[in-house]
Design a protein around this ligand. Structure first.
Ligand code: DC
Length: 219
């Protein structure tokens, strides 16, 4: 199979991360979690005390920021100016802030260049919201992974139980707000690319989704 750029977009809690990791692993590809980059900028903006619509401050922040993925012992780590911030970007506050600042053009422009830079090597699975529509409109294969709102909230809740004390209702509300933010922003809103393969994972196990994706790849 020729080296491909594969994109997997979709809303929060649809199972993108799990599926993207496994798919990349099966193919011997590298997996890129672009949401982590938005979370990284959000974390740094919060640490710098910037307000979420301070475009001048955000632009200055981004111009001095060096975000980079490195392979750790067990998983990929996100470094920001050489400091490992992987475990600091998954809090509910950073999750919501990442969604808010991802609507700011200065942030999207900064991350667009970083993401396109990574794609020079091919054999990559990019997970995000606008991978197939904006960042890689010419990607070889584009998937859009979706699931019912209820299923996504429940999945996210189970995933978070060991990390936060949020109730199912709070997780549900956060997902609704993020869906609203991410799909209604004017720049690069969450939506399937015209030529995306849409997979509804509501009633599918992870392995079923992987099998389906591999079958679309002719494997
Ligand atoms: O995938 P995630 O939940 O870690 O993403 C966090 C936020 O980042 C998400 O709510 C919207 C934003 N995001 C984006 O705008 N574009 C991407 N390609 C990835 C994430």
């Amino acid at each position: 199979m020729k080296p491909l750029i594969i994109t997997i977009d979709g809303p929060a809690g649809a199972g993108k991360t799990t599926v993207s990791r496994i798919l990349a692993d099966r193919l011997g590809y590298r997996y890129v979690d672009t949401g982590a980059l938005y979370r990284g900028v959000a974390f740094e903006a919060q640490s710098a005390g910037l307000s979420q619509n301070d475009d001048i401050g955000l632009e200055k922040l981004c111009s001095g920021l060096n975000l980079k993925f490195v392979q750790g012992e067990k998983s990929q780590r996100l470094l920001s100016n050489y400091s490992d911030i992987t475990d600091k970007i998954r809090t509910p506050e950073i999750t919501m802030l990442a969604s808010t600042i991802s609507a700011r053009p200065v942030v999207r422009k900064y991350l667009l260049d970083i993401q396109r830079d990574m794609a020079r090597e091919k054999k990559l699975v990019f997970e995000g919201r606008d991978m197939g529509t904006v960042v890689f409109p010419d990607a070889d294969v584009k998937f859009f992974l979706d699931a019912s709102h209820k299923t996504r909230a429940l999945r996210r809740y189970k995933e978070l139980t060991s990390k936060t004390s949020q109730t199912l209702e709070e997780v549900d509300m956060d997902i609704k707000r993020r869906d609203e933010n991410d799909s209604t922003r004017s720049l690069a809103p969450l939506k399937p690319a015209d030529n995306a393969i849409i997979i509804d994972s509501t009633n599918l196990f992870t392995e079923d989704v992987i099998k389906l994706m591999l079958s679309y790849l002719g494997i």
